[in-house]
Design a protein around this ligand. Structure first.
Ligand SMILES: *[C@@H]1O[C@H](CO)[C@@H](O)[C@H](O)[C@H]1NC(C)=O
Ligand SMILES: *[C@@H]1O[C@H](CO)[C@@H](O)[C@H](O)[C@H]1NC(C)=O
Length: 206
């Protein structure tokens, strides 16, 4: 006589729920795997974009107002500029040499800072800097990012020891660049207006 199927559970019956359980587990697991795959893909995507390089550049910027061949020229002003203690409204065009060390005559030339600065502060000497660091020179390790450039746009407040300006882009080696630079006055001759400023540039780029 056949035993009622529920009387004594057959081995298949005892296995069935665990198989079912296993199936759920598998589904959960593959779902989990899928989640992990998605997370991994996202991580990879994040890594790709965070695989951008970081570069720190340090050089000296020379604003030469004196002598036979100044590297900066006042090109415009307002009617009220001469009466302003902060030269508010004056616009200067620059083609300032950049060197590896602070000494213009002996340091290795790495490029030029080309652009303009505007006396943009009415009550304090504050410059709006709009310049490109254009690299053409040689560094210690050979060519110094020859042909590449970095675009800077930011405020330069004379009274502040460390002036921070935004890097808004770049070309060549520095495509897609963003970052900031910090300027510290190395020397300033109040008689001639000649200035040497140390620039540290912190970049993230492709
Ligand atoms: C401001 O001063 C400079 C130099 O002294 C002079 O060349 C220029 O004409 C003056 N500008 C005005 C608007 O008076
Ligand atoms: C920079 O590149 C230019 C043009 O390709 C080349 O003439 C010059 O010699 C290079 N300068 C350095 C320092 O490598």
């Amino acid at each position: 006589m056949e035993a009622p199927c529920h009387a004594t559970p057959s081995p298949q019956l005892t296995q069935a729920p665990s198989r079912l359980h296993c199936k759920h587990l598998m589904a959960a697991f593959s779902c989990h795997l899928l989640t992990r795959a998605v997370v991994l893909a996202l991580l990879l995507a994040a890594t790709t974009s965070s695989a951008e390089k970081e570069t720190h550049l340090r050089f000296y910027w020379h604003d030469v107002m004196s002598g036979a061949s100044p590297t900066v020229a006042r090109v415009a002003e307002a009617a009220t500029t001469n009466a302003s203690a902060t030269s508010f409204g004056a616009v200067y065009a620059m083609d300032d040499p950049l060197t590896e060390g602070p000494d213009l005559s002996t340091s290795r030339f790495v490029g030029r800072a080309q652009g303009v600065y505007v006396c943009a502060g009415r009550d304090s000497l504050s410059l709006l800097m709009a310049m490109n660091f254009v690299f053409t020179g040689a560094g210690a390790g050979g060519a110094y990012y020859n042909g590449s450039s970095v675009a800077v746009l930011g405020p330069n407040r004379a009274a502040v020891e460390v002036r921070e300006m935004a890097v808004v882009g770049g070309t060549g080696t520095f495509r897609f660049a963003r970052g900031y630079c910090q300027a510290r006055t190395y020397s300033f001759d109040a008689k001639t207006g000649d200035a040497t400023v140390e620039y540290n540039v912190y970049l993230r780029h492709d």
